[in-house]
Write a protein of this length. Sequence first.
Length: 102
Amino acid sequence: MKAERLYGILREPHVTEKVTGIADSSNQYAFKVDVSATKKEIREAVETIYDVKVENVTTLRVKGQGISRFARVISSGRQKDWKKAYVKLRPDDRIDYTREIK
């Protein structure tokens, strides 16, 4: 797979209290990913970019919320839908978000 596609699949790490707890207990990390990405592509992107081995990938689609008020103007609209991927790593692998990506 082309390097441009690999780096385009992972949008950003999704860091919340829930994800941090999961990372500590079961070595899973969450990423916001491209909506068209498959599990195989996500696995390959994480393994290539972070130099780790992935055991399992679970994906889900997150519906965008409806917007009823924006600033002081009452309007209707909707945020974009996005895709989230939970990536389970081998027990001896870790991802450090603060280090520079190779």
